[in-house]
Design a protein around this ligand. Structure first.
Ligand SMILES: C[S@@+](CC[C@H](N)C(=O)[O-])C[C@H]1O[C@@H](n2cnc3c(N)ncnc32)[C@H](O)[C@@H]1O
Length: 237
């Protein structure tokens, strides 16, 4: 038992060190949960500002394990981080074969910090120019890309904003039915996903086990499903 606790502790420490090393690559790096100047936020309402959860990057291990557990063909999806902060989770997702990635962040300072770092990645040759797009806008005013999506929601906002955002995804899905999957980390408002076109997608058992044992964050996944985009059995979507 003690040996197991030690092993888990050691692996968690390795993950913390891995995150610390990755953060060194960022030009405008923010290690801690960081506040932002409310005057520089693009919120559609005051409620949106008060519902925001301040920036804290998602540990790389959690995102990698969750993505692997989805059994999705990443080359067919556009990755969208809703509440992308200074771009940490986006940089982890960029290691996967998504052809395009978008970060939506309403805080001006965090958006600009992400822009500076991603420009540096392109200059260093570690990122193809144009593959990552950063948008300084409110999640509630975002126009979701018109293609199959993988949306990351790392607990960006409280219940009223989450409800409105899911309504926005519903509208986008109904106007252009296409595969849409959301990864919801720290799913405090998971009840809001109980809606007509949404079904929970179980992560692969190995990912669930790893996340349960090693990750500090709970992760749920949801698919938007309708008559025209129900995934065919045995096919990666
Ligand atoms: C917990 S942080 C996640 C950061 C990022 N996803 C990562 O893991 O590196 C949540 C982010 O959501 C942003 N946010 C909160 N409400 C938002 C909204 N309504 N529209 C856009 N961004 C929002 C916050 O400013 C913050 O940067």
């Amino acid at each position: 038992m003690l040996a197991r606790v030690r092993t888990v502790g050691l692996i968690r420490l390795l993950h913390v060190l891995d995150d610390a090393r990755r953060k060194q690559r960022f030009v405008a790096r923010r290690d801690r949960a960081c506040g932002f100047d409310p005057a520089r936020v693009r919120a559609s309402t005051a409620a949106e500002l008060s519902a925001a959860v301040h920036c804290e990057p998602l540990p790389a291990f959690t995102l990698r394990s969750a993505l692997r557990g989805l059994s999705i063909d990443f080359s067919q999806r556009h990755f969208v981080d809703v509440g992308s902060g200074w771009g940490y989770a986006l940089s982890v997702a960029a290691d996967f074969p998504f052809p395009r990635l978008t970060g939506i962040e309403f805080a001006g300072e965090l958006h600009e910090a992400a822009e500076r770092s991603f420009e540096a990645f392109v200059q260093r040759g570690t990122l193809v120019a144009g593959r990552v797009r950063l948008r300084n806008e409110s999640a509630l005013e975002a126009e979701l890309p018109d293609e199959p999506l993988l949306i990351l929601l790392f607990n960006p906002f409280g219940e009223p904003v989450m409800r409105e955002f899911l309504d926005l995804v519903d509208r986008s899905y109904l106007s252009t039915p296409r595969p849409i999957t959301a990864l919801y980390v720290n799913p405090r408002h998971r009840g809001l996903f109980e809606r007509r076109h949404v079904r929970e997608r179980k992560l692969a058992p190995m990912s669930r086990a790893l996340l349960g044992l090693l990750g500090p964050n709970e992760v749920r996944a949801y698919d938007w499903i309708g008559p025209r985009s129900r995934p065919r059995l045995g096919r990666k979507t």
